[in-house]
Design a protein around this ligand. Sequence first.
Ligand code: A2P
Length: 342
Amino acid sequence: KPVNVAIVGATGAVGETMLKILAERQFPIGRLHLLASERSAGEKIEFGARKIVVEDLATFDPAGIDIALFSAGGSVSKEYAPKFAAAGAVVIDNSSVFRQDDDVPLVVAEVNPDAARNRPRGIIANPNCSTMQLLVALAPIHNAAKIERINIATYQSVSGTGKRALEELGRQTAGLLSFQQAQPEVYPVQIAFNVIPHGGDFCDNGYTTEEMKLVWETRKILGDDSIAVNATVARVPVFYGHSEAVHVETRDKLSAADARKLLEGAPGIEVVDERVGGGYPTAVTHASGNDPVYVGRIREDISHPRGLSLWVVADNIRKGAALNAVQLAELVVAERDAVASV
Ligand code: A2P
């Protein structure tokens, strides 16, 4: 049976990619509604041979929607996700507003898919993009040797901040190359040719919210509150693809060779790890526009007896957001079809 789908935030960086991925994966779409703010209502977006008119979320009636994919920011999710759920839709929400709630599952499709079944509020939360790729890569290691501590530094692309940030990086780069001043608008300081150690807002403990998401989302998804996580998030002048330098300490010793074998056999991962120039994944050469989480630079940590170091790269808009949301929608559909065939 075809599925009636609504994309909330359809004109945004993630929303557009959700639409593309639904088409690529031949999701069984019935009715399709593309929703955004009043500002872009009336615009037309191509979907295969069709042109679909963007509708205003504020006046949209969610009755009959089976699955709603939300990516229009926290305040929109807070207000409208419960309304869509009350009307009978399963909401898959890309914002952070429900992620910490005990009665909302937080799911990476390859890591804890069963958690998606238990959704008393009709809402499934999609994890933060950095956590997403981190856990696709670390779940096989955790399952084999139990991770006790994670030390991570991220190198996050501007697309994670949204379309205005993509434009800001382009504008500043072009401007600086023709000797104009960079005008920071989206980011607090110049992003072109720079690295900014700041994602989200500052917390009392000196970490930023983007860093703290890596801490507690990891614990919730892996179901283990004892995992210690220390994160530094940096924004880099890259358009698409987040990179992460990941250092883990495991309870049981895992050799680099064994880790590599585990990762090669794990879902959603592609190992790119030759010890030569270019024998590692990067945002531009591998991740951008592609689905897998790429892992390279797998080695034993010379500073710790049970430590491993990895380099993890993925397209933050695809696996980090839109792809995982569509994978969760596929899980919901598979569940519904299984019930229907009983
Ligand atoms: P719009 O194009 O009408 O502003 P991004 O993260 O790339 O900036 O995209 C944000 C998405 O969320 C866009 O599709 C944007 O639509 C949508 N959005 C933002 N605010 C609202 C709102 N108040 N109601 C509905 N959609 C919104």
